[in-house]
Design a protein around this ligand. Sequence first.
Ligand SMILES: [Zn+2]
Length: 565
Amino acid sequence: MHDLVIRNGTVVDGTGRPRFQGDVAIDAGVIAALGEVAAPGQREIDASHLLVTPGWVDVHTHYDGQVTWDPMLAPSSWHGVTTLVMGNCGVGFAPVRPGTESFLIELMEGVEDIPGTALHEGIDWRWESFPEYLDALAAMPRVLDVAAQVPHCAIRAYVLGERAHDVDLRNEEIAEMARLTQEALRAGAIGFSTSRTILHRSRHGLVPGTRSTPEELLAIGGALGAAGHGVFEMVSDLQGQEPDLSWMKEFCRQTGRVLTFALAQSPIQPHAWRETLGCIDELAAEGLRIVPQVPCRPTGMLYGLQSSLHPFIAHPTYRQELAHLPHAQRVERLRDPAVRARLLAEEPSVDNPIARVLMTNWSFIFPLGDPPDYEPRPDKSVAATAARAGRRPEEVVYEWLLERDGRQFLFAPLANYVDGNFDALREMMLHPRTVLGLSDGGAHCGLICDASMPTYLLTHWVRDRSRGARIPLEHAVRLQTGNTAAVYGLTDRGTLEPGKKADVNLIDLDALHLHVPEMVFDLPAHGRRLVQRVDGYRATIVSGAVTFEDGEPTGAQPGRLVRAH
Ligand SMILES: [Zn+2]
């Protein structure tokens, strides 16, 4: 008698091999058998007409704070994620010197747009060192497994105090950072992360470590080499080009560890990504493991009247008379023809030229629609719609923002949408050395909601895409399971094979449906965040326990802290 038998499903096992009809037997949280299972289960689930896949492994999230108070970790858990990796992009909450917690919160708020008030109220700081942070996480049950990377900003703040932003450091300071990194890895950190982009700022300016020298990064790399495990994760404007590339190569040669960095098709250098991938191929031939991390849809913002940005947010009338009003009242005022006329006659008062360009980039602002369309045709843009109607783009946007009772979102892709389609993205996703990531689950609460990417991979790339080639089911599943798990050394999961951890999704692919994102106010201190609901996951199973059934949590909390060793 098995603990659980999933009967007669379409098994897509995460290795990339062809699907097959069969059963999955689970004992003691581990997959016991696959194929035809004769013995009965204490519980049996009929999976006829359902896909049976490994649970999704999402390697790029920012739940570092939320994980300390919220066992549900939505929206990722709603979307079939059974293991998530936090501590990306250099920000996080350990190590921390007592009395300096606010600094780390300000960094997280600045970089990842997670409300600082929510973090202040939500986090109960029961740790100072990174190992103590891991112990605090390990003491809490939750619906899914989590793994943490040690963030460079926190290490710098811990060692350097007020001088956290300094570039030139003493040798002993660098050595201390390497020692703390090694201590964190020995305690089970799954990697180290840093930020080298001018886009990541807090009220203190560029985040600590943005301009760190190769000497510092290689010294910390030495800690990964000595620990014998751990991924080096980075976001950098250089995207794998020189002068980063030199020390990246050196890092891989010296440590043998994996280095992963965010890769995107940028509007400024629309072809650079292809050169980078060519270079990565050459390095791979040398045995260097550099893994560009790519998303499965454009990195884009959701403009709306409840978001952090929309094209009228900096207009004087909006700022002075509307911004502070509750949503319903604001919508009512915006419908007033006199208010409309004033706003349409004004110019935004933005000092930041980048923000101004973004908010008036009419050819790259689209209605998100329902169901949400993340690969909109260029003729759907604000610019195209306005031109056809002989109207100003501002008039079109004004109307769109008021749709759905002022809850309509406009999709403004920033990267990976230069050509107005997903062809470049597809090439990046299918490149053998990339890994899927960048969902940023738990982050960018006022402007982005990409925790649903694993679902979108199936709905759009496998099932619905009409503007170009799709991705075969088996390959798509492997990208979000076997491949992500392998890059992070999570060898006990990511595929459905005897002996592997029983993390499983049962999916009705025909019914899989992404809802429109919505703004909710359920973070601590009534903090707001964008979430996105989904239908079609019949069940999600973590370590053999059913955590969600038809979208509803069962109350089971089998999720644990994953300690890397
Ligand atoms: Zn990130």
